[in-house]
Design a binder for this molecule. Sequence first.
Ligand SMILES: [Zn+2]
Ligand SMILES: [Zn+2]
Length: 274
Amino acid sequence: MILQNLHTHTRYGDGKNTPEEMVLGAIRAGCASLGFSEHSPLPPELDPDGWTMAENDMARYRSEVLALRDKYAGKISLYLGLEQDMDSSVTEGPWDYRIGSVHGLHADGCYFSVDNTAAVLRDAVERCYGGDPMALAEAYYRKLSQVAEATGCEIVGHFDLLTKFNEDGAFFDESSPRYRKAALEALEALSGRGLIFEINTGAISRGYRTAPYPAPFLLRELRRRGEAICITSDSHSADTILFGSAQAAELARSCGFTESMVLTEKGFLPQKLV
Ligand SMILES: [Zn+2]
Ligand SMILES: [Zn+2]
């Protein structure tokens, strides 16, 4: 079985470690391969906190990962990817793969990230959606339904990221018909395109959630439609590179999956979930 993580952040974005420290962490964890997926640059007005890569760091990011690929050849395979935010206009490649993600929403003159803090999300519901959290959910999923066309991604990132602060149901009733309709319409729009949907454990390792994205009802529908999955840790530090992978595999199996996708020298290939 190939142990791999394709969703990895470094100090080029909001990660804690350098790319080389992440490589060493992956080797320690027993990974056969590791993919870097730094956040694509956003203009300062959309990223005042500076969590995305600076545009003028992109060439250095690329050359540093490619140099590490040579340095660690024979020890671990490295892939150069990007987490392409839908609001980022910077797309210059080539990339070994891209994760397409929605983090931010524009509404009524405001812009906010759905995964920033619970307070930011609460404020956005009040200020931008007239106090109706379902209207925010509908806007998020409408945007997500365009993510493949907008980013050219192979992997759809954290499908229901907007539930980051919702494990206690504080924002949305995820079983309500209105919420499920919005989510399932986005899923339908993205299905049948040969995309890979990640099961992402990142919010668990950072203490926000106890379960991976996406929710089981979405995974079961992906399975029913014959869609592919991969397991990622959305790791922001060298000691969480395979964090929660067994839990994610268990979730995948419980939703009917028998395989997950891994990136190889021959492209993406399925491997048995064990
Ligand atoms: Zn993300
Ligand atoms: Zn990420």
